[in-house]
Unconditional design. Structure first.
Length: 131
C-alpha cells in the first residue's frame, strides 16, 4: 500500500503534527497528542491510535499500559493539512492519564480560576499499577 497520502500532511520542523482524538457519537474532544509520520501510518494500518511521545522520544500506542485503547473510525485533516482529527471509540471510557474521560477537565471561571469540571473515574495509580 502506498504511503503518498502522508505527503499531504504539513509536518512541523520536528516532523510532527498535532492529532486530536474526538469521541465517536458524542463529538467530545478527548485529547490532543503528537504524531510523526510513522505513528500516523501505524494508526491507519492497525486501526488503533499511535502517537509520538515527545518526552519519551518514542512511539506510544494509546492504551499500551492502561488498556484504554482508541479504535480509530475515521482520519481527517484540516483545511491547511497541519492538524489531524481522529474519530475514535475510546475503550474503557478513560482517555486521560489522570483517570478522567477526557483531558480537558479544567475550565476558567469568571474569577479567573481553573476549576475541575470532570470527575476522576479511576485512580491513575490503579490504572498504571504504581505502588
Amino acid at each position: 500500500m502506498s504511503d503518498t497520502w502522508l505527503d499531504t500532511i504539513k509536518w512541523d520542523a520536528d516532523g510532527l503534527v498535532p492529532a486530536i482524538a474526538q469521541e465517536t457519537g458524542t463529538g467530545t474532544i478527548l485529547m490532543m497528542a503528537w504524531m510523526n509520520r510513522e505513528a500516523l501510518a501505524l494508526t491507519r494500518e492497525t486501526g488503533h491510535a499511535v502517537y509520538w511521545s515527545r518526552s519519551r522520544r518514542k512511539l506510544w500506542h494509546k492504551g499500551e499500559e492502561s488498556g484504554h485503547q482508541q479504535v480509530v473510525r475515521a482520519l481527517r485533516i484540516d483545511c491547511d493539512a497541519d492538524v489531524v482529527l481522529m474519530e475514535v471509540e475510546q475503550k474503557g471510557g478513560i482517555a486521560c492519564h489522570t483517570g478522567r474521560h477526557h483531558c480537558f477537565f479544567r475550565e476558567l471561571d469568571g474569577a479567573g480560576h481553573w476549576v475541575e469540571i470532570a470527575p476522576v473515574l479511576k485512580d491513575p495509580d490503579a490504572i498504571y499499577h504504581k505502588s
